[in-house]
Design a protein around this ligand. Structure first.
Ligand SMILES: NC(=O)c1ccc[n+]([C@@H]2O[C@H](COP(=O)([O-])OP(=O)(O)OC[C@H]3O[C@@H](n4cnc5c(N)ncnc54)[C@H](O)[C@@H]3O)[C@@H](O)[C@H]2O)c1
Ligand SMILES: [Zn+2]
Length: 384
């Protein structure tokens, strides 16, 4: 098979240069700098944006082990004062107690309105440190240095920050845009293969929801993305460009931004069913959810069965789960899954909202999905 011509969304960085994607939000516009070694520019970029700023780095123990010393050295070399606050790794840190500790650490470090919070880590750190930045002194500027693939393509861009409530994930939070995002693709070399693969589900999602050429490009180039070749930064840049576009047009998710939830309604039900445990990572649930969204679309006659098969084949090829039977330990029955779906999504006049598709790259918001149809579909899938 010959590699398809890269989509226009794929752009090459010249040697030694990084790809810069702008999030066009008027006076809150910011750059996402993407590439191997991009972290080296952190100090100079901070100095240019906020001369004289002090910084506090918020990170987790696993990321600190691999990358904290580098970041501290880069800041020191630019004469930027920094202190550090390290939290335990994992979703459990998106709680009130850790949020309080991060806020107190920022205040203790005397970070004021012209200073900066630096979120160095995956989506957990971005959400937690971003929300602390949004809250301390009614809003401090912050910089995202995402270190997981999921964070580089999704959570670090767009300004959603927050922590979890006992009633559900991300229920306490704020929209707070960073002033800069530095996505150094080399930092992903220390990520576990499983976490990388899970993040890749979100990469594929961008192709599936709005860019068929990008999806075809991924089908041809995914091994280089995993291996850390030039395709990795091109893929991450394509995702950031797609997300930046959606966020600039619909910052508060009143419309188009909802398309980013492709695969997430089904996915969240399986994630919740597995108790948000290591049994099923978020991206793994999204992979299964995207496959099911296309298969459900096929069942409704919106796409052909071979389109759904193509989606499944690609996600399975990279080693992601694509069928209910792939979830270790099994899943709740269809009734229990339906109540998880109903909890996740508001049911309006007895109808559910799903992101469905008319083809690869052609997702749309369907507000009128009959729960009985979803239940029958899930029953079929569970007994396959
Ligand atoms: N704000 C948003 O728009 C948004 C979007 C999607 C997801 N999220 C949130 O993001 C979180 C998930 O993000 P995640 O998958 O990055 O989880 P995470 O931050 O927990 O990172 C996953 C694991 O990888 C480790 N890790 C991260 N970078 C590493 C590196 N370079 N080397 C070695 N280990 C590394 C972490 O310590 C952690 O154990 C969830 O809380 C989710 O709600 C937010
Ligand atoms: Zn997601």
């Amino acid at each position: 098979m010959t590699a398809p011509t890269p989509a226009p969304i794929i752009s090459q960085a010249r040697a030694g240069e990084h790809i810069v994607v702008e999030v066009a939000l008027a006076e809150r516009a910011y750059d996402i700098v993407i590439g191997r070694g991009a972290i080296a520019s952190l100090g100079a970029r901070i100095k240019a944006l906020r001369p004289g700023a002090k910084t506090v780095i918020v990170t987790d123990e696993s990321v600190a082990k691999h990358h904290l010393a580098t970041v501290e050295a880069i800041l020191a070399a630019s004469g930027i004062a920094s202190s550090t606050f390290v939290v335990a790794p994992g979703e459990g840190s998106k709680n009130y107690a850790t949020f309080e500790a991060v806020c107190e650490a920022i205040i203790a470090a005397r970070i004021e309105r012209n200073d900066l919070v630096i979120a160095l880590g995956g989506g957990v750190i971005g959400d937690l440190a971003g929300f602390a930045a949004a809250s301390v002194r009614r809003g401090l500027d912050f910089v995202q240095v995402p270190t997981s693939l999921l964070a580089q393509v999704d959570s670090s861009v767009g300004g959603k920050t927050g922590i979890n409530s006992r009633h559900g994930k991300n229920l306490i939070g704020a929209f707070h845009q960073p002033i800069l995002v530095i996505a150094d693709t080399a930092l992903l070399d220390t990520l576990s293969p499983r976490e990388f693969r899970a993040g890749y589900a979100e990469v594929a999602k961008y192709g599936l929801l709005g860019d068929a050429a990008f999806f075809a490009w991924l089908e041809a180039n995914w091994t280089d993305v995993f291996a850390g070749g030039p395709s990795r930064e091109q893929a991450i840049a394509a995702c950031c460009r797609a997300k930046a576009g959606v966020v600039a047009r619909d910052e508060r998710e009143t419309g188009e931004r909802a398309l980013l939830n492709l695969g997430h309604t089904f996915g969240h039900a399986f994630e919740a069913g597995a108790g948000y445990s290591q049994r099923l990572l978020h991206g793994e649930a999204v992979s299964l959810g995207c496959t099911l969204a296309f298969e459900f679309s096929a069942r409704k006659g919106l796409v052909g069965g071979n389109t759904a098969g193509r989606v499944r084949a690609h996600l399975a090829a990279v080693g992601l789960p694509t069928q209910i039977q792939d979830v270790p330990g099994g899943v709740p029955d269809a009734d229990a899954l339906m109540s998880l779906i109903a909890q996740d999504k508001k049911v309006k006049r007895g109808q559910l909202t799903f992101i469905l598709a008319r083809g690869v790259g052609e997702a749309f918001v369907a507000n009128d999905v009959d729960p009985a149809e979803v239940r029958a579909f899930l029953n079929e899938k569970i007994s396959e």
